[in-house]
Design a protein. Structure first.
Length: 127
């Protein structure tokens, strides 16, 4: 099954919105409800055709810029080393930014999903 026009736009917006599926959904579909967009965006990300389209776009971007994850890591580590090695001025903001980007690359900012069940009994009494 091919990806339809709306889903193609969702994939395009997904990358333009820094992989924020909810924002991409809001820009691609006619809904203004953020909760609804969040749920529907999650559903879209489960569809094999949409996943394949996202993976194809990732590959196209990699080929276009000919850059690998290892090269990005190497550059970011270089920024950190450079900021630390300047004896007169340590640019902490560059160290923080580079560390944040490395953390994103390695998935440290990924949301951990937990499931919680709450059970309670209510006694209304027979007054």
């Amino acid at each position: 099954m091919a990806v339809n026009k709306k889903r193609k736009e969702f994939v395009r917006q997904y990358f333009l919105c820094n992989r924020n599926a909810t924002e991409a959904y809001l820009k691609s579909f006619s809904t203004k409800s953020r909760p609804s967009a969040s749920v529907n965006a999650h559903k879209l990300l489960q569809e094999p055709e949409v996943v394949a389209a996202i993976e194809a776009e990732e590959e196209r971007i990699k080929q276009k810029f000919q850059i690998s994850r290892d090269q990005i890591v190497e550059e970011l580590l270089g920024v950190i080393d450079s900021a630390k090695s300047d004896n007169d001025f340590i640019d902490r903001s560059n160290i923080i930014k580079a560390t944040q980007e490395l953390s994103k690359l390695f998935g440290y900012y990924a949301v951990e999903k937990t499931e919680t069940q709450i059970r309670f009994d209510v006694d209304l009494g027979d007054e």
